[in-house]
Design a protein around this ligand. Structure first.
Ligand SMILES: [Zn+2]
Length: 224
């Protein structure tokens, strides 16, 4: 446990009172939903140019997080093998895998077929309950707004992700959806688990795809 102290923090626009503590040598604040975040996140906004690799949501680590994120990575590879953006997800409860999914909107002709949605559907069908209270969703990339909504609807208790998604991530990158006060369900969020591996799978996929497009263009111009 982290011991927290209420302190007054001066910002450009005035001052706020926040609970501040120390976690693994870093000063952290506790957000309304219980996430520990670096103190600097109060005073700086995320940069749009961040790479996939960097998360600022402080890990409240579970000893099995790395194991399950590796499992999610194997599902991301399955997406890549089908020419889909490689994102994988797994739902775990009481140490057991209860649902899996990988990104498949193109092959499934389904704009909602993100890895998280597929894993939540699989888990709900397998356990016979649309509520997944007590379960953890592991996903290799920071969830988007749609998936955060589905996570809340499913009553997932904890979401653990790998790399940040600077363009559409809705946990910390473009907005903090889980912090919104109207939500009637609190989800613990942890970012940055195996973030380099998760980011590398995506970067390699996109550079491979760019190379293929370049090659096709060159072949096309050679015919003319
Ligand atoms: Zn999504």
């Amino acid at each position: 446990m982290v011991s927290m102290t209420q302190v007054k923090i001066k910002l450009d626009g005035g001052a706020v009172y926040k609970r501040v503590g120390r976690l693994r040598g870093c000063l952290v604040i506790k957000a309304n939903n219980g996430i520990f975040m670096p103190l600097q996140s109060l005073t700086s906004r995320p940069s749009a140019s961040r790479s996939f690799q960097q998360s600022r949501v402080m890990p409240g680590l579970d000893k099995d997080d790395n194991y399950w994120m590796r499992r999610a990575l194997t599902l991301a590879e399955r997406a890549a093998s089908q020419d889909e953006v490689p994102v994988g997800a797994v739902v775990v409860r009481d140490g057991k895998e209860i649902g899996t999914g990988f990104n498949s909107p193109i092959s499934g002709c389904d704009p909602t077929a993100h890895a998280e949605i597929c894993a939540l559907r699989d888990a709900a069908a397998r356990v016979g309950n649309y509520r997944l209270t007590g379960a953890t969703l592991y996903v290799t990339l920071e969830p988007c707004t749609m998936c955060v909504g589905a996570i809340v609807h499913s009553r997932i208790s904890r979401v653990v992700y790998g790399a940040c998604e600077p363009k559409s991530g809705a946990v910390e990158s473009t907005r903090r959806t889980l912090d919104e006060p109207h939500l009637n369900w609190q989800v613990e969020a942890v970012g940055g688990i195996l973030q380099e591996d998760c980011g590398r799978v995506l970067s390699e996929f996109f550079s491979r795809r760019r190379a293929e497009i370049r090659q096709r263009r060159q072949q096309g111009s050679g015919k003319e």
